[in-house]
Structures are given as structure tokens and as C-alpha cells.
Design a binder for this molecule. Structure first.
Ligand code: ZN
Length: 102
């Protein structure tokens, strides 16, 4: 039994779609090496599917950035601070149990 290989018209330019989408976020964060960035840019140039995803993500980020600059609710800021604090406290206790009193 042989099955067909799924050879669709994927552009063979450095990165494939899966990889492109996967590193998209790192790309946007500027965490990629120049060579890697070039590969993704190259792929986006050839692949409209990924380009759309990329642009969507870009717009989303701009939107979030603007929203954040406008106002961060004190309530939310407080909750995040508490969350980080409690997580930090939980991580620093090696034993995790109650302190033995003798
Ligand atoms: Zn693609």
C-alpha cells in the first residue's frame, strides 16, 4: 500500500510554511539571527499565506501597543504583580512543606 505524498505547490525557499509561522513570533520580537530573518523574509515574499498571517500579527501587536500606552488598569497591574510575586515565592521554597518545629 502506497500513499500519495502530499506535494503541494509549497515554495521551496529556505523555510517552509510550518517553520515560517513557528518563528514568526521570534521574528517580530527581533530574536532571530540575520540569516534566519532573511530566510523568513524570503519566504514571506513568495508565500501569501504566511504573509497574511505575518501582517495580521503585526497589526495586532501595534494595536496592543497602543492600547497599553493608553492605559493599564490599576486593577490588572495589581493582579499581575501579585501573580508574579506568588509564583516567585512558590519557586524559591525548595522543600515545599511546612517548617519543622523542634
Ligand atoms: Zn508559507
Amino acid at each position: 500500500m502506497d500513499h500519495d505524498e502530499d506535494q503541494r505547490s509549497e515554495p521551496s525557499v529556505g523555510a517552509n510554511c510550518t517553520e515560517a509561522v513557528h518563528v514568526l513570533y521570534h521574528f517580530l520580537d527581533g530574536e532571530l539571527t540575520p540569516e534566519r530573518r532573511l530566510l523568513i523574509e524570503y519566504h514571506l515574499d513568495a508565500c501569501h499565506h504566511c504573509l497574511e498571517a505575518f501582517e495580521f500579527e503585526l497589526e495586532l501587536r501595534e494595536l496592543i501597543k497602543e492600547r497599553c500606552r493608553e492605559q493599564v488598569p490599576d486593577d490588572l497591574r495589581h493582579r499581575i504583580k501579585n501573580l508574579l510575586a506568588s509564583e516567585h515565592a512558590a519557586g524559591t521554597k525548595p522543600g515545599g512543606g511546612t517548617f519543622p518545629t523542634t
